[in-house]
Design a binder for this molecule. Structure first.
Ligand code: IMP
Length: 420
């Protein structure tokens, strides 16, 4: 059986920690989409680790970690990540498997990302500039290079062909660059990756399922950044929803069992695009400060706001969420009142459906107010011990969305977790 864990908001819901907490129950953790635009933070034993491409099960010795075909891999970034993880004594060569069908991010993909964002000016998406969109564009355009190509004796020729196209594109943007600043590290990383297990991962993952191994499919970004259902065009370039786990790993839908949906007790977003409950005021500042809301990958300050139930319900519907996990509940301690958006007023009409264009100017969030709490939640380990005001808030959220909240995270460490 395969369980899926993914984000229900605009990313940064705290997936890394939750996968790390869930991993002891699984034999395999597999990433199915996205690439080094993700930054999954894990904390244990007083140390913090950020993983971008490597699945979050890597620090568990028993766990097989697969980078699936749906992921885009930057060899330079992955080499750095592997080298860093190796310093902790983890046996990466034994536990990491890379799909030969995963697409490769080339240095020119990163340059095209930067050039295209610069060209868009004030309409830019606010991409992480990791080359994600140009790499997926080449995948869909049937001109990309895959990890399996790195092993081809003619790799350099294939590379040159793709790069020639990118150069034309960069010229059309009048973008100045010096490829020789980037290529040596790229080719060094390509050689480095050859020592790892580059495999046909769809056969491997299906054979593991047949053996009865338990697989956890790890999503990146969040549902509201999904290429089809997110706040288009302010989205990432992959399917971040449960369906993405099937195409991004080669798993048939009937193998999917549980879907763990992760949401923060409030909302954040990095990059541009609509955010109906955003608080561009003191409350937003306070959330950012208390929640340390700065991007794990880019360090950018995250935009902050109140919990938005219409988008959360939408995400739960799209993903078939069976179990909810609420993270960063501890951050709300000390707010006099806590608001939850119940629906939107659009041009005088109340709705809880997500409109075609979430950027429209006439969306007014309708809030319900709850009394806040002052208690520090980080030391609490039993649900009964949580403040009554917190439980009133959480009971309301649960009743509105109709799916149980089974886990409440009250801090970044593995230990700071309440299993309900
Ligand atoms: P890209 O995926 O780098 O092309 O960025 C597209 C949009 O998705 C931008 O608004 C990014 O800030 C956002 N984004 C991409 N990856 C993440 C993530 O892991 N967490 C949060 N936002 C992300």
């Amino acid at each position: 059986m395969v369980d899926v864990v993914l984000g229900l908001q605009w990313g940064d819901e705290g997936k890394g920690k939750i996968v790390d907490v869930l991993t002891p129950r699984y034999d395999v953790v597999a990433r199915f989409q996205g690439g080094p635009n993700a930054g999954h933070s894990l904390e244990f034993g007083g140390n913090k680790y950020v993983l971008n491409t490597i699945p979050s099960g890597i620090f568990h010795e028993h766990c097989i970690n697969i980078i699936g075909n749906g992921v885009v891999v930057d060899p330079v970034q992955l080499k750095k990540e592997i080298e860093k993880a190796m310093t902790t004594g983890v046996d990466i060569k034994k536990n990491l498997y890379i799909s030969e069908k995963a697409h490769v991010i080339l240095p020119t993909h990163r340059l095209v990302d930067a050039a295209s964002e610069a060209h868009k000016g004030e309409h830019k998406v606010g991409s992480t500039l990791r080359g994600i969109s140009p790499t997926y564009q080449d995948k869909i355009g049937r001109s990309g290079l895959r990890i399996g190509d790195l092993l081809d004796p003619n790799f350099n020729e294939k590379y040159a062909q793709v790069v020639a196209n990118h150069k034309k594109l960069l010229d059309s943007f009048n973008y100045e660059y010096n490829l020789s600043d980037h290529e040596p590290a790229f080719f060094e990383a390509v050689e480095f990756l050859k020592q790892f297990k580059i495999i046909n991962s769809e056969y491997y993952v299906n054979s593991l399922i047949k053996e009865g191994k338990k697989v956890l499919a790890e999503g990146a970004q969040g549902t509201l950044l999904d290429i089809d259902f997110g706040s288009y065009p302010f989205v990432t370039s992959s399917n971040t929803i449960t369906g993405g786990a099937c195409s991004g790993l080669g798993i048939a839908p009937q193998h999917i069992n549980k879907v763990y949906g992760i949401f923060k007790a409030y909302c954040t977003r990095v990059g541009n695009g609509p955010f109906p409950t955003e608080q561009e005021n003191e409350t937003g500042e306070k959330l950012r400060k208390l929640g340390h809301e700065f991007g794990a990958t880019t360090g950018r300050p995250r935009r902050t706001g109140w919990l938005d139930l219409p988008t959360l319900k939408y995400a739960i519907m799209l993903n078939g969420v069976t179990d909810l996990i609420c993270t960063k509940s501890d951050v709300l301690s000390g707010f006099e009142e806590v608001l939850v958006c119940d629906g939107y007023d659009m041009n005088g009409k109340t709705t809880s459906e997500i409109p075609f264009d979430l950027s429209r100017k006439d969306i007014l969030p309708l809030y319900r107010s709850f009394a806040g709490w002052t208690e520090d939640l980080t030391k609490i380990r039993n649900y009964q011990d949580l403040p009554a005001t917190f439980k009133t808030y959480m009971d309301y959220v649960e009743a509105q969305i109709g799916v149980p909240v089974n886990v409440i995270s009250v801090g970044p460490d593995r230990e700071e977790t309440i299993m309900k």
